[in-house]
Design a protein around this ligand. Structure first.
Ligand code: ZN
Length: 265
């Protein structure tokens, strides 16, 4: 991997080249030029460059697991009339729920209330186990936008979260993984059909990102490409078939997905 200066901003992406149908990893050099890497994110740059317009941006990483945190914004906890937790409340979303920007969120027939949850997510760079919060930065590849899609009715009905959080397409993330940002102040916004529904900053996290990475690493080994998503601010709400939902984090970009019915897949 090329050693970057500590706070240098680098935008990583995974993409499909439309002409040769190859899937590659790359770095977005300007707004519209991709520098292709030889292999995955840990590899050296190749000599190939592509126009972003000739490529399709894919899911930026292939996580072995997505670790999510419930109730990590104090005002969101209030919204659900839940006490502020003493420790992070963890749950897992399966790798098979991950989709990239531009892909469709499928509204399951089993569900009657499908909610969006804008979140800032961390992508892990290297094997991470039992680390201290001060060391977390060494294990973070970068940050990305996440939408923790939730079947709210099933979450209430089941009283645990596995089914409600785990349907295929319930973990949109992307479009890029960005290094060098200040994880303590990522501005996050969600728009539903163009209307702002959530707007906050990771300044308001109960458990900040380095503490979360450390906490999760004391429970389970994190592998390269694993995702930790950090909880949602207030303003969560339902979506319908045909809706467009966008999560934007300043410095990263916009994760955009539309909702379709199961019959339209
Ligand atoms: Zn969430």
């Amino acid at each position: 991997m090329i050693e970057k200066a500590k706070d240098e901003i680098v935008k990583y992406l995974r993409f499909l080249h439309k002409y040769n149908n190859e899937i590659k990893y790359g770095i977005l050099e300007k707004d519209d030029v991709i520098l292709e890497l030889e292999g995955e994110y840990s590899s050296y740059p190749s000599r190939h460059k592509h126009l972003l317009s000739q490529c399709k941006v894919l899911l930026p990483c292939l996580p072995s697991k997505i670790v999510a945190v419930g109730l990590n914004y104090s005002d969101h906890a209030q919204e659900f009339k839940m006490p502020v937790p003493e420790e992070p409340i963890l749950f897992i979303k399966p790798s098979t729920s991950a989709i990239g920007t531009g892909e469709k969120i499928v509204y399951p027939k089993m569900c009657t209330q499908l909610d969006y949850e804008a979140e800032a997510a961390v992508v892990i760079k290297k094997i991470c186990r039992q680390i201290a919060p001060e060391k977390a930065g060494e294990y973070i590849l970068g940050y990305t936008c996440f939408n923790d899609i939730t079947a709210r009715d099933l979450q209430k009905k089941d009283r645990q979260w596995t089914r409600a959080k785990s349907f295929d397409t319930f973990s949109p993330l992307g479009p890029f993984i960005v290094t060098g940002l200040n994880s303590a102040d990522l501005m996050i916004e969600l728009r539903l059909n163009g209307q702002v529904k959530q707007s906050s900053s990771t300044q308001n996290l109960i458990f900040p990102i380095p503490q979360l990475v450390s906490f999760v690493s004391r429970v389970m080994t994190l592998l390269p490409g694993d995702v930790i998503t950090t909880g949602t601010p207030p303003g969560v709400g339902p979506m319908n078939i045909g809706d467009t939902v966008e999560v934007t984090i300043a410095g990263i970009g916009t994760l955009k997905n539309t909702v379709v019915g199961e019959n339209n897949v």
